[in-house]
Design a protein around this ligand. Sequence first.
Ligand SMILES: Cc1cc2nc3c(=O)[nH]c(=O)nc-3n(C[C@H](O)[C@H](O)[C@H](O)COP(=O)(O)OP(=O)(O)OC[C@H]3O[C@@H](n4cnc5c(N)ncnc54)[C@H](O)[C@@H]3O)c2cc1C
Length: 503
Amino acid sequence: MQVKTQIDELQNYLTDASNLPGGHAEKLFIPETSAEIAEILKEANAQKIPVTVSGARTGTVGGAIPFGGFVISLEKFNKIKEINKVTLRAIVQSGVALIDFQKAVEAENLFYPPDPTEWSCQLGGTVATTASGARTFKYGATRKFVDRLEIDMATGEILNLKRGAQFSENGLIEVKTGQGNLIKAKLPTYRQPDVRKNTSGYFSGEKVDAIDLFIGSEGTLGIITEIELRVLPKPASFFSGIIFFENEADLLNFVWEARDISFNTRNNQIQNPKSKIQNQIDASLIEYFDERSLKFISEKFPEVPGAARGAIFFEQETTAATEDELLEQWNELLEKHHADLERSWFTTTDEDRERLRAFRHALPVSVNERIVKYKQKKVGTDMAVPDDKFLSFLKFYQEKLSESGLEYVIFGHIGDNHLHANMIPKSPAEAEKARYLYGRFIAQSIMLGGTISAEHGIGKHKSKYLYVQYGERFLNEMAELKKAFDPHGILGRGNMFDAKFLS
Ligand SMILES: Cc1cc2nc3c(=O)[nH]c(=O)nc-3n(C[C@H](O)[C@H](O)[C@H](O)COP(=O)(O)OP(=O)(O)OC[C@H]3O[C@@H](n4cnc5c(N)ncnc54)[C@H](O)[C@@H]3O)c2cc1C
């Protein structure tokens, strides 16, 4: 195990994609075994030293940024132990990079849908944040693919949790550690907002599977060392397109209809699994780019048509038997909603599909580059609202942002009512304006019954807003739950809620 204490050796571990300043730590550990992690944790627990878990630090909310104490990096936990084509399960160490896993799975003709756009992240990081992304529209977030977790707890004990093995009863959950200790914890009593994606706070509900508490717990309940993931057979092929529209109303009507047909197809499939439903539209992703996003991205992709007022990126699974029929159905839908078919881009090959995905990835990357140029911090939203509130929330974004005079783009997961408004301030005065607007968007999303974080998590960056969403009582309940697993509150301190709730 490597142990580092020099400031220049620690530097890379003091920041993440949030660019939150002020990170500092005393020691960095790069362990190679779960037993080594347990030893570090026993020492930290005895001395009440904060411990921050570090994945690939691509998180956008400062969850991996330490403010004192130890950092434990999982970078040496990088082995893919097994990919089983029969059971459709994979066993991996938590530090495996998502891109390496995706490649290994594809080589076996299998498919792992969670795709948070940034492929350098580690699988452990994606589980700790239950990362999602474009394909969540059809397949769900990372949570849905996690079947088993091995966890090093703050006390140095080991927890092995299998999906379906332990459920909460009457708001209480019990789990047994590998050392034989029974841990009893009371679950928070808040109701999850009625949205399609949510990563705000610990998982809750009437009957909670113990494993779900740790998925999305942002390094606060334990250190994930090994993961068993569900994988799927690789779809035979995909039909994908980036569709340009000259009118926003047409674009939105197209989205609602494509979405409704997809939901219907899926419902029919559940009710009637043997029917030939694969011949009907069932989008695996529906992504949105507003006009400003297109202008922004055209610096890297000059072929974007100048008249476009917005675009949609969609993907549909196909087979040789269904391809013609599905292409026909999509074509009819696009014509009906006046898409600019001549200038839109379509593909059925893997190679061109990668180019479409690169187009989607280019936007957040270009925004980040622009921010670095202005020497400011991006202010980006991650809220989602219930279905019937989406249009009013989009309008609110558009009105407030256009009045503000700030540079901005609105893009993202429109299929899940979840758009990112990225504000790009050029000066400290503009940054203040952007932060003020961010607060208004938070308030509006809460007022509409939405969530302040649909996929990026809370980290340190948004803990004060989680206080606004849930209030003091529920943050106290979250802190109580944490203390059941981490009595001195050493893990991921400051993530989700302020450390003062632990005292
Ligand atoms: C350009 C860009 C686009 C992105 N797009 C999306 C998107 O579309 N959807 C989306 O969901 N996310 C997106 N993200 C952010 C996404 O959350 C991260 O990419 C990823 O989930 C975090 O993985 P990581 O290994 O980098 O974790 P880190 O950033 O290192 O850590 C994230 C959190 O998890 C904890 N953690 C890490 N590893 C472990 C572990 N083994 N055990 C316990 N806790 C751990 C950390 O302490 C921290 O709290 C994007 C990021 C970037 C930079």
